[in-house]
Design a protein around this ligand. Structure first.
Ligand SMILES: [Zn+2]
Length: 170
């Protein structure tokens, strides 16, 4: 996919361009990270191994992974450049819009535990029956009648301000 495809799809569906780009990036970035980790691991295996067959097979594995990685990286860079080119304004306290997005993408389930299911007791009020539900990467409490994303949940649970929460979630 190209930047143009993402932008024209955003226009077609009436979604803000920046939102579409960030969604696409949040899809690409874990794949990039995964491939980079695989390549890194394979390089360590080559260093450790003295078996020429293992080395040859691992090298060909690395080549395959790199082939997969290249277009993903190219696209992610193009998307980031597009976003950065338009938004060079720094948010107060030296945090960038990218840092805010990064913080919002931080898994909320690492902040509020949902290992037992999609519903749990709300940590923000005295809750005896599960009133809090998990949606995508935010939570909603039907008693508090409020939603939290990773940033606002961190702010409230840790008693920190917006900037501190964004920095903590990088
Ligand atoms: Zn609540």
């Amino acid at each position: 996919m190209t930047v143009k495809t993402v932008i024209s799809a955003a226009k077609e569906f009436g979604v803000p361009e920046r939102y579409a780009i960030m969604r696409r990036l949040s899809f690409l970035q874990p794949q990039i990270k995964h491939l980079e980790r695989e390549i890194w691991g394979a390089q360590r295996r080559i260093e450790r191994s003295s078996d020429p067959l293992v080395k040859a097979l691992t090298e060909s594995f690395i080549r395959d992974q790199e082939k997969e990685l290249r277009p993903l990286k190219r696209e992610a860079t193009a998307l980031l450049n597009h976003v950065n080119g338009k938004e060079t304004v720094l948010a107060p306290g030296g945090i960038t819009p990218e840092m805010i997005d990064q913080a919002r993408q931080y898994p909320i389930t690492s902040i509020i535990d949902f290992s037992k299911g999609r519903y749990r007791c709300c940590p923000f009020h005295k809750d005896r029956n599960p009133s809090m539900a998990l949606y995508d990467n935010h939570v909603h409490c039907f008693v508090c009648n409020r939603s939290w994303d990773s940033i606002s949940a961190t702010m409230e649970l840790d008693g920190v301000n917006f900037r501190e929460a964004v920095l903590a979630l990088q």
